[in-house]
Design a protein around this ligand. Sequence first.
Ligand SMILES: O=C([O-])CC(=O)C(=O)O
Ligand SMILES: [Mg+2]
Length: 232
Amino acid sequence: MDTVVVTDVPRAPLVAIDRLALFGVATVHEALGRTGFLGTAHRPTHLGSRIGGSAVTALCWPGDNLMIHAAVEQCRPGDVLVVTTTSPCTDGMFGELLATSLQERGVRGLVIDAGVRDIAELHAIGFPVWSRAVSAQGTVKSTAGAVNVPVVVGAQRINPGDVILADDDGVLCVPRDDVPSALERAHARVDKEEATRQAFRDGQLGLDRYGLREKLAALGVRYVTAAEYGVR
Ligand SMILES: O=C([O-])CC(=O)C(=O)O
Ligand SMILES: [Mg+2]
């Protein structure tokens, strides 16, 4: 591993990130052809939070948060810190003190492929975290790692400067170059969903709206009465 701290990573424009974040994780994931989702392991400490920001990455040794401290210095307003470890770890590598430091730098939240602690205090200061675990287990500050190198979290490779979206549905990575097309496609999807929502309110069924009756027939699904099926 290169033990480096990479500075001055390019970011997407904040106005574009903010617009994308409003759509939410599920919509942007669908708009991108169902890509970018980190998986189900990262759960929010604060239900109801929805954030978007540019990734600053920290690659740490398990049980060692030295590189989180190094990463804090690289954070700018509108960033999201993404922390992972060189081997699996659930220790509470991050808590309210680090969150206070990140908040002071305008960071919007943390995604950590390890544990977090001080949950009550994180709630009190309003700093949202998506983590693999909650754990009081403390850590040391001893081993060199890296800041702002590409990392893999869950199923995704995250490059520093990629856009991270996070809400109650989980965490999504949008490659920085894909932000303009993601915005366009998310808009189109929202318009389509609004038309579908109205149709459902008006009583139309998904079976008819999506042409699924024909699909069921083609798949050989038969309709039988309860009596025919032997239901009393
Ligand atoms: O200090 C640590 O190692 C983690 C923590 O609890 C905090 O940031 O408040
Ligand atoms: Mg603490």
